[in-house]
Ligand binder design. Structure first.
Ligand code: ADP
Length: 462
């Protein structure tokens, strides 16, 4: 069974309130009960001492207790629920209150039953305390006070305990109502943005990639979720754009050579011209290009594995970079371009050498492919505390702002590069990025259309 967040949080909140109240009431009942018990015992003792003193004062050596004195002692006995017996020095009873009969005992027991047995742990047991009957410092008899423990609990004691428990009940009730209101308020604060985010996610799921979550919450997790959902939508939108672009790119790349081939073959079939070696070679080259293009697609699929197949070794990066630049020089010169380098010497690195060559090769080929007349390329190698930076800067056709975020995506080519008819498939930079990232490095690009492009690779020193 699925429970809504509001219900779940409210229940949890209420449960916490109830448990806290029960614990608090049990503990305070126990603690207060204990203290109260001690207090009552002390009070009882003080009352006995006071009564004993009064009895001593009322005693007259000659006549014993006068009738008035006896009445007074009886009043004490009944007021304090005491059985009072007074004996003279010979052990003869000279006074007894005789007031603690069985009816009274039953009454007291039933009174005890209605009180808090747990908190005031008193057993209904008969006890006696003895005090001397004195004249001056001379003991002339004994005063015995008999009582039931339950008689401690006079009505004010009961009222106190009852009031205490009532106040606990009342505060429980108030706390429950307040708790319920607060918990509903807080859980609504959590569930409302979640519902909104879910509805955005559902919109995205059904294809509305423009949908964005506008939830701004003070709860960190909810805010993170909202940002993540927006990021997801953006990524999906970008992927969708790329997919459309890829399909149209592929159609564009394949259509021209296929239409060429088709019209030429039609012409051959119509015997418009003879199948000369030259024409057949032209066909062959066109087909070769198509195969290259399709292979490029295949390579793009294999790219995912590139990161797991690294064959690392330690080599002199400065030397290797210099070698690659030198190998490019003749190619640059025949195209009327210049290539310069500023390389820090003797820098060593631990990485896949062939893959490193591929990175530089791709970037230098691009700088050449997307150059302008009198183009110049500068390669620099610098070492910092933890990183090695390689920069490849050209003054070629540049990349427009709209294309810049996509150039590392597979099969992406800018319109400008397409116009240059370089025959690229748009996966060179994807390979470069994958290799650099497989070595825990980063690649960045800055470019301005018609001015030039700079690729910056940062590799960790190791
Ligand atoms: P391609 O095979 O098309 O060169 P890449 O992945 O190497 O594929 O490059 C992707 C796109 O990035 C290119 O089509 C081009 O539009 C742009 N690009 C890459 N390098 C440069 C550069 N040095 N100058 C201008 N544009 C570049």
């Amino acid at each position: 069974m699925k429970i809504s967040l509001v219900k779940k949080l409210s229940l949890a909140f209420l449960l916490t309130v109830i448990i806290s109240l029960i614990t608090a009431s049990l503990i305070s009942n126990y603690m207060i009960g204990k203290k109260f018990n001690n207090y009552l015992v002390n009070e009882h003792k003080a009352m006995e001492v006071k009564t004993a003193t009064t009895i001593n004062n009322l005693y007259n050596e000659k006549i014993g207790f006068s009738t008035a004195s006896e009445d007074e002692i009886l009043r004490y006995a009944s007021a304090q629920n005491l059985y009072i017996q007074i004996k003279n020095i010979n052990g003869e009873i000279i006074f007894t209150s005789n007031n603690l009969n069985s009816t009274q005992k039953t009454m007291m027991n039933s009174m005890m039953g209605s009180m808090m047995h747990n908190s005031l742990n008193t057993t209904d047991q008969y006890s006696e305390d003895k005090y001397p009957l004195k004249k001056g410092n001379k003991s002339i008899g004994t005063i015995t006070f008999g009582y039931y423990n339950s008689s401690y609990f006079n009505s004010s004691a009961q009222t106190f305990i009852m009031t205490l428990n009532h106040s606990f009940l009342l505060s429980a009730l108030i706390a429950l109502i307040l708790g319920l209101i607060i918990s509903i308020f807080f859980s609504k604060q959590i569930s409302l943005p979640l519902t909104k985010i879910t509805s955005t996610a559902n919109k995205i799921r059904t294809g509305d990639l423009e949908a964005r979550s506008l939830v701004i919450s003070k709860t960190k997790e909810i805010d993170d979720l909202s940002t993540s959902i927006n990021y997801l939508a953006e990524t999906l939108q970008k992927q969708e754009l790329l997919r459309k672009r890829l399909t149209s790119d592929m159609a564009h790349e394949l259509r021209t050579p296929l239409t060429n081939l088709k019209s030429h073959i039609e012409a051959l079939l119509d015997k418009v011209f003879e199948p000369t070696d030259e024409i057949l070679t032209g066909f062959y080259e066109e087909i070769q290009r198509l195969i290259k293009l399709v292979n490029g697609l295949n390579d793009a699929a294999k790219l995912e594995q590139a990161t797991t197949l690294l064959n690392k070794s330690r080599f002199n990066l400065s030397l290797e970079l210099d070698k690659i630049i030198n190998s490019f020089k003749p190619l640059y010169e025949t195209s009327g371009l210049k290539i310069y380098s500023e390389l820090a010497t003797n820098l060593e690195i631990f990485m896949d050498k062939d893959k490193f060559k591929q990175v530089i090769y791709n970037l230098l080929s691009n700088a050449l492919k997307y150059s302008k007349e009198n183009g110049e390329v500068l390669v620099t190698l610098k070492a910092f505390a933890n990183t090695i930076i390689i920069e490849i800067k050209d003054n070629g056709i540049g990349i427009s702002e709209k294309d810049l975020p996509f150039i590392f995506e597979r099969l992406y080519r800018s319109d400008e590069s397409r116009n240059k008819n370089t025959g690229g498939a748009g996966i060179g930079l994807t390979i470069v990025k994958n290799i650099v990232e497989a070595h825990k490095g980063t690649i960045k690009v800055t470019s301005s259309l018609g001015v030039g492009t700079t690729f910056i690779i940062a590799l960790p020193k190791n």
